[in-house]
Design a protein around this ligand. Structure first.
Ligand code: T3D
Length: 260
């Protein structure tokens, strides 16, 4: 069978594409496994300094393949799928020690919307649409959306979107704070690649530590967050990029970070 997830490198930027356009990039078992493997490989590869997640054709990802769900082995198998696939996908995105941009090229539904929400930045095409979808088919929610959505949009908006799973257009999603930018469809790839290249040229260890600190602080006490910051500053203070950044600042030059 042809792969349904592809990974391609543009220098230090790794683009991971869900490539099952005849099924609106819905997630069958093979696609979930391939996606997790591709994300884990990008997370572990020190030469990858920024990641882009996107989809082929008119969908970003419409979540679980519901044709496959119909023939699945019942509620316990669904819980297994969440533990073995959807949870690890979100954990990998949220803990990846480098920035991840969701390039939302089209409809993002259910677990597909949740994957976009687990990325660090969301840049959407004007024609992109969003629906939480889960309750529309009588399900609760998964793929970390109960954790990410209230943190991004607040509890009131999160409950509204989850209990009224309507289709939002990109402008509405931007207004709700779900997106960082919306751009004309034909400009999406170029805009995302520019943003990803800029992030990939940054101090990768500092970015990783900042991302970890923000996540840590969202679930810790103030004292624990302050201590975590102290630990991280010692780590990044020992990096080559800090030395480069400091020298460049004092020499009134722009730093050329190496990611080390
Ligand atoms: O089961 C478990 O393991 C638990 C895990 C759950 C995770 C989840 O993600 S649950 C949520 C699953 N996703 C959905 O419920 C979304 C369902 N789809 C829709 O709401 C709409 O299709 C869209 C809003 C995504 C797009 O609407 P539209 O009008 O642009 O297209 P359409 O005509 O509805 O769909 C086009 C085709 O794609 C259609 O098939 P057809 O008639 O051309 O043969 C439709 O059935 C199919 N399709 C859309 N979504 C899915 C799908 N087929 C399989 N799985 C889908 N998720």
């Amino acid at each position: 069978n042809a792969p349904t997830v592809t990974a391609s490198a543009q220098g230090p930027v790794q683009t991971i594409r869900i490539d099952r356009p005849t099924h609106l990039n819905s997630l069958d078992l093979a696609t979930k496994s391939q996606l997790l493997a591709a994300l884990q490989a990008a997370a572990d590869d020190p030469d990858v300094r920024a990641v882009v997640l996107t989809g082929t054709a008119r969908a970003f990802c419409v979540g679980q393949d519901l044709d496959e769900a119909r023939t699945a082995d019942g509620p316990d198998a669904m819980a297994d799928a969440v533990r073995e696939h959807y949870g690890p996908l979100v954990r990998t995105l949220l803990t990846m020690p480098k920035p991840v941009i969701a390039a939302v090229n089209g409809v993002a539904a259910g677990a597909g919307m949740a994957l976009a929400l687990a990325c660090d930045f969301r840049i959407a095409a004007t024609s992109a649409t969003f629906t939480t979808a889960f309750a529309g088919i009588g399900l609760s929610c998964d793929t970390g959306i109960s954790w990410t959505l209230p943190r991004i949009a607040g509890r009131a908006a999160a409950l509204d979107l989850l209990l009224h799973p309507r289709l939002l257009n990109a402008a509405e999603a931007l207004d709700l704070g779900l997106l960082h930018q919306v751009t004309a469809d034909e400009n999406l790839d170029a805009k995302v690649q520019r943003s990803a290249a800029a992030l990939a040229a940054g101090p990768t260890h500092a970015f990783a530590a900042i991302k970890a600190a923000v996540t840590f602080a969202s679930e810790s006490t103030l004292d624990a967050a302050l201590e975590h910051e102290a630990t991280q500053i010692a780590r990044t203070g020992a990096s080559d990029d800090y030395r480069l950044g400091l020298d460049a600042f004092l020499a009134k030059q722009k730093p050329s970070f190496t990611g080390r």
